[in-house]
Design a binder for this molecule. Structure first.
Ligand code: SF4
Length: 452
């Protein structure tokens, strides 16, 4: 493969592809298919289980996840009631033989729930869904303020193997600028509690590209995180997305809403500085965002392995994947809309939970695309032999023009004949590589999505 300088500038920050297709490509399913039919002939011996808790104490300025601020009296209890109804309906639809190989609680902020509510959440996963939480990797997201000793004790006791703490910055002024107001002292205290809880893997999320952040203050945040010897670190570029707190502050086409070469360059510089800092301190890079301490205990299956496995998402906003359909509930970013969707979910009955509501059909061509995309965005890349075993063709047969384009930009390496891998610069441009692999149909659906 050839390497050359890019002919035209491609913004490195187009879209964070954590799942393909994105939920904005999902549409209401007119026939609302029965889950029992969707899952009837699917492999179910190594499913992933995900439970979504759509509540947070604050709405961070950069966040477009499906979550609301706070919960009026009784809403979390009513939400868990609905989750239990949904779990019962989904488990019935899966039938005998369903086994879970991984579990995760995400959001939102799962630790927005009280310790007693977290016990109930674990009970739903275990007793309703049949997941053996103490036997599989269980990952939980938390915020510093809600990572209290009693909640962490419940999670550790129930088998949590990974606790991910959204810190974003150890500099108070930067946390405020990202509309994630918190004091460093509180963050440090939370990290101390997580370590005392002895959950094997601590992940810390940090963001670069915040207003006022310099290379020096970025490395200062990284060093503050490294003091805790986290097993994992996720470094996220700041995005300013429509309808978020920062998006309202910088309405399109403002200087922070994409397509700003100077800001792109600043984020790239901070990314490279952060990456090199971690690589020099015993971390290995697994994707553009993900770094793992070289001597950290293995975590079992990660996102990468989920390309081939089925996923059961429970809770409002959670996605589920069969080989032929990705499905979920309605999606929104605007707070008012989210509240309405959660209220509808809480009122849901067993008959409704037994059917898929919105989704995207996965054709064989889309499945190939998804496999390529999700493998290529990992530092280990894609093994053409695996691809051929699964699809009967070579990646270059199916995606020749796209791969040639990446090679021409110097984003693909041919150093390893057994893997199709991004170069360090390719990895730095992951958020441009991913969107270029979206199919025309997914692109059209995403473009037609009316943001709400
Ligand atoms: S970033 Fe996390 S804590 Fe902040 S609003 Fe989003 S889900 Fe909640």
């Amino acid at each position: 493969m050839t390497t050359a300088e890019p002919v035209t500038r491609t913004s490195p920050y187009q879209h964070y592809v954590y799942a393909y297709p994105h939920k904005t490509a999902y549409r209401p399913l007119p026939d609302r298919p029965l889950l029992a039919e969707l899952w009837a002939s699917e492999p179910k011996d190594a499913l992933s289980l995900y439970l979504h808790i759509p509540f947070c104490e604050v709405r961070c300025g950069f966040c477009n996840l499906f979550t609301r601020i706070g919960a009026p009296d009784g809403l979390t209890g009513a939400y868990l009631d609905a989750l239990e109804r949904q779990a019962t309906a989904v488990r019935d639809a899966l039938g005998e033989g369903a086994r879970f190989a991984t579990a995760a609680f995400g959001g939102g902020t799962p630790t927005f729930l009280t310790a007693a509510e977290l016990e109930r959440l674990c009970d739903i996963a275990e007793h309703r869904m049949g997941a053996d939480l103490r036997a599989v990797p269980l990952s939980v997201e938390a915020s510093p303020a809600t990572a209290t000793a009693d909640r962490l004790a419940v999670l550790a006791d129930r088998g949590a193997t990974r606790l991910s703490l959204g810190v974003q910055s150890f500099v108070d002024a930067e946390a405020r600028a990202a509309v994630r107001p918190q004091r460093r002292a509180d963050v440090e205290a939370a990290l101390g509690r997580v370590r005392e809880a002895r959950i094997p893997v601590l992940n810390i999320d940090l963001i670069y590209g915040i207003d006022g952040q310099t290379e020096q203050s970025w490395l200062h945040s990284l060093d503050a995180a490294l003091t805790w010897r986290p097993e994992e670190l996720y470094l996220y570029p700041l995005y300013v997305r429509p309808l978020t707190g920062l998006g309202r502050r910088h309405p399109a086409p403002g200087p922070r809403t994409g397509g700003d070469p100077a800001w792109d360059e600043r984020r790239l510089t901070l990314y490279r500085a952060g990456r090199d800092h971690l690589l020099a301190r015993g971390y290995t890079q697994h994707s553009m965002r993900m770094f793992r301490r070289a001597d950290a205990p293995p975590q079992g299956a990660d996102d990468y392995a989920c390309q081939t496995d089925g996923m059961i998402g429970l809770g409002c906003g959670a996605r589920s994947y069969t080989s032929g359909l990705h499905y979920s509930f309605d999606y929104a970013v605007d707070m008012h809309q989210i509240r309405g969707i959660i209220d509808d979910y809480v009122a849901g009955d067993a008959a409704g939970f037994a059917r898929a509501q919105v989704g995207y059909p996965m054709s064989p061509a889309e499945a190939r695309r998804r496999h390529l995309l999700q493998s290529l965005l990992q530092a280990d890349g894609l093994r053409p032999d695996d691809y051929r075993d699964r699809f009967g063709s070579a990646p270059a047969d199916d995606f020749g023009p796209e791969l040639e384009r990446f090679a021409d930009r110097g984003w693909l390496t041919d150093a390893d004949p057994t893997a199709l891998r991004l170069t360090p610069e390719g990895l730095a441009h992951s958020d441009a590589v991913g969107p270029e692999l979206f199919s025309p149909a997914v692109r059209t659906a995403m473009a037609a999505y009316e943001r709400k």
